[in-house]
Write a protein that binds this ligand. Structure first.
Ligand SMILES: [Zn+2]
Ligand SMILES: [Zn+2]
Length: 103
C-alpha cells in the first residue's frame, strides 16, 4: 500500500511541497519562537521525517537565529509572499510545516 500524499505550500504557490509519510507528531506549540513567527498565540506544527518531505519547485528563503532554548533554529519562508511554513528545529530531525493545502 502506497502512503497517502498531502500537498501543501505558500499563499502565492511559488513553493509547493508534498508530504508522503505519516506525521511523527502533530501539535500546537505555544513557545515564544512560534508566537513571534506566526503572529498568533500558537502554531500548529506537523513534524515529518525529512525523507518524506519534498519541495516540488521553487526555492525558499531562510533565516537562522538562536531560539529561546539557546539552540539554533532555521526558519524557511517564501521570498515572494512571505508565508512561513517550513522550518528545521533543533529538537526534531525533520521539517515542520503548517500550511497544508488539504485541511
Ligand atoms: Zn509564496
Ligand atoms: Zn514552538
Amino acid at each position: 500500500m502506497s502512503p497517502e500524499v498531502h500537498a501543501g505550500g505558500c499563499v502565492c504557490g511559488a513553493i509547493p511541497y508534498e508530504i508522503s509519510v505519516a506525521p511523527a507528531l502533530t501539535d500546537h506549540c505555544h513557545c515564544r519562537d512560534c508566537q513571534r513567527s506566526s503572529g498568533v498565540a500558537m502554531a500548529t506544527v506537523v513534524i515529518v521525517p525529512r525523507s518524506g518531505f519534498r519541495l516540488l519547485h521553487g526555492k525558499t528563503k531562510s533565516f537562522e537565529y538562536i531560539g529561546d532554548s539557546g539552540k539554533p533554529l532555521l526558519r524557511h519562508f517564501c521570498g515572494a509572499c512571505g508565508s512561513p511554513g517550513i522550518h528545521r528545529h533543533h529538537r526534531y530531525a525533520g521539517p515542520l510545516g503548517g500550511a497544508s493545502g488539504e485541511p
